[in-house]
Design a binder for this molecule. Structure first.
Ligand code: FES
Ligand code: FES
Length: 175
């Protein structure tokens, strides 16, 4: 009886060993970080993923330029090592835009109120404002003033107007 030929494995399937790492989602996309678990999240976002909207301002938890959302809540990317975001859903300023490319109400209000001066701090303010409006749909000036973000250009009055405008928009109110 003839011996059947040895079957070669398909060369289109490349076996890959499972990799240890930190699974997380950023702006709806899944990622696996296989590097140092103590790497600051801010470096991962900016240097690895090139999501440079999240800014490096002080690296000392003082300026808010690195503000993002972790599971929908305000967080500072400079103070979070990668190991603390395992299994979390992150949103950066790049993820504020809707899936159809429509600007978030806050982004539109920022444009309408001409809130941006040099611009460096603004992504952090947008993310802090998103968290504020999630918790407080009709914020007072004092609520906005209590946000821990800094702007050395003095755009706070414009930012305040923009947050009020976006809040009205989100509430479906013209007042
Ligand atoms: S860079 Fe994170 S608070 Fe300033
Ligand atoms: S707009 Fe320049 S630091 Fe805020």
């Amino acid at each position: 009886m003839p011996v059947p030929p040895v079957q070669k494995p398909p060369d289109t399937i490349v076996p890959v060993k499972p990799r240890q790492g930190i699974h997380l989602a950023i702006n709806g996309e899944p990622y696996l970080h296989t590097g140092d678990p103590d790497m600051p999240l801010l470096w991962y976002l900016r240097d690895v993923l090139r999501l440079t909207g999240t800014r490096y301002g002080c690296d000392r938890r003082q300026c808010g330029a690195c503000t993002i959302l972790v599971d929908g809540k305000r967080a500072l990317a400079c103070e979070r090592p990668m190991r603390t975001v395992a299994g979390k859903n992150l949103t950066t300023v790049e993820g504020l835009v809707g899936p159809d490319g429509a600007l978030h109400e806050l982004q539109q209000a920022w444009i309408d109120e001409d809130a941006v001066l040099c611009g460096y701090c603004q992504p952090g303010w947008l993310m802090a404002a998103a968290d504020l409006l999630r918790q407080t749909p009709d914020p007072s000036d004092a609520d906005i003033n209590a946000l821990p973000n800094l702007c050395r250009c003095g755009s706070q009055p414009r930012i305040r107007r923009a947050i009020h405008r976006a809040a009205r928009q989100l509430r479906g109110s013209s007042t």
